[in-house]
Design a protein around this ligand. Structure first.
Ligand SMILES: NC(=O)c1ccc[n+]([C@@H]2O[C@H](COP(=O)([O-])OP(=O)(O)OC[C@H]3O[C@@H](n4cnc5c(N)ncnc54)[C@H](OP(=O)(O)O)[C@@H]3O)[C@@H](O)[C@H]2O)c1
Length: 253
């Protein structure tokens, strides 16, 4: 299987590149549809895993939405399978139980809205694509820390005690994605870690110390637990919970 990873220099993308056997990561500007098309026509991958995006800042929406549409159209044009990375914050966090794939997206942040739009664009351009919604990505002991782990050590940051997520270890996620790349599954799939944790619990697991805490302000997506049972039923890869991943870290991470 010949794989191309967009965002190959990013946190998840670089883990995918490390683990894949036959992989390319050449960067093109994903907002440039002709450049994306030319790159994929030249590389001719069997599978594209689209991780590139921008969460905020100038051009974030265009990169996240139009960029995803361009990658999906180019992958479809060469007959490549496509896995598109999405997020748990396509939901508003008010359901009160884990979200399943059939739940309608209802984002409340700009980032969540852009990722929701990008899912629709991807599936319109590439109807057989697999949209994989995941949660906060962490590294754990022996791995480069993610932005969430680095921020846990910042004493200026206040963590929300009622914002719940299912963090996932980056190696588990990458291994699961590579397994999914070879399976005949399309549509939307939830793939997050086995434990639901508040932002406070996550930060304290990372640091081994109490962190500053407060309730989340209005307008934040609070409880975005994902029900990943469908993914688990089709995967051999073990997708661990954050407690199993981070408990071994010790006091100073
Ligand atoms: N991190 C999380 O906790 C988390 C949680 C849920 C879902 N996700 C999803 O997982 C995916 C990967 O996240 P990540 O944290 O691994 O990302 P990341 O580390 O921020 O990396 C983003 C990548 O996108 C590339 N990129 C940005 N703008 C681009 C453009 N205009 N053209 C081409 N490449 C561009 C970046 O390359 P340059 O730096 O060269 O621009 C970088 O390689 C995203 O789709 C995200 O929505 C992440």
């Amino acid at each position: 299987m010949k794989l191309h990873v967009t965002g190959g220099s990013g946190y998840l993308g670089s883990e995918l590149v490390r683990r894949a056997r036959d992989v390319t990561l050449e960067r093109v500007e994903i907002c440039d549809s002709a450049a994306v098309r030319a790159l994929l026509e030249r590389l001719r991958p069997d599978v594209v895993i689209h991780t590139a995006y921008r969460q905020d800042g100038p051009g974030a929406r265009a990169i996240t939405v139009d960029g995803a549409g361009n990658v999906a159209a180019a992958a479809h044009a060469i007959g490549a399978r496509l896995l598109h990375l999405s997020t748990d914050v396509v939901f508003d966090g008010r359901k009160g139980s884990p979200y399943v794939e059939e739940d309608e997206p209802c984002p409340v942040t700009d980032y969540g809205r852009a990722k929701t739009e990008s899912e629709a664009r991807v599936l319109a351009e590439h109807p057989d694509a697999l949209v994989v919604r995941t949660s906060l990505i962490v590294g754990g002991p022996g791995h480069e820390p993610s932005k969430h782990e680095r921020s846990a050590h910042d004493p200026r940051i206040v963590f929300y005690e009622d914002e719940i997520r299912c963090p996932i270890q980056v190696g588990d996620l990458a291994a699961a994605l590579l397994e999914l790349a070879a399976l005949d599954v399309s549509g939307v799939l939830h793939l997050a870690g086995a434990d639901a944790l508040s932002r406070v619990e996550l930060a304290e697991l990372v640091t081994g110390r109490p962190v500053r805490r407060s309730p989340a302000p209005l307008g934040r997506p609070r409880d975005c637990r994902l029900d990943s049972s469908r993914a688990r039923s089709m995967l051999r890869t073990e997708v661990r919970g954050a407690r199993a991943v981070l408990d071994a870290r010790g006091a100073d991470g």
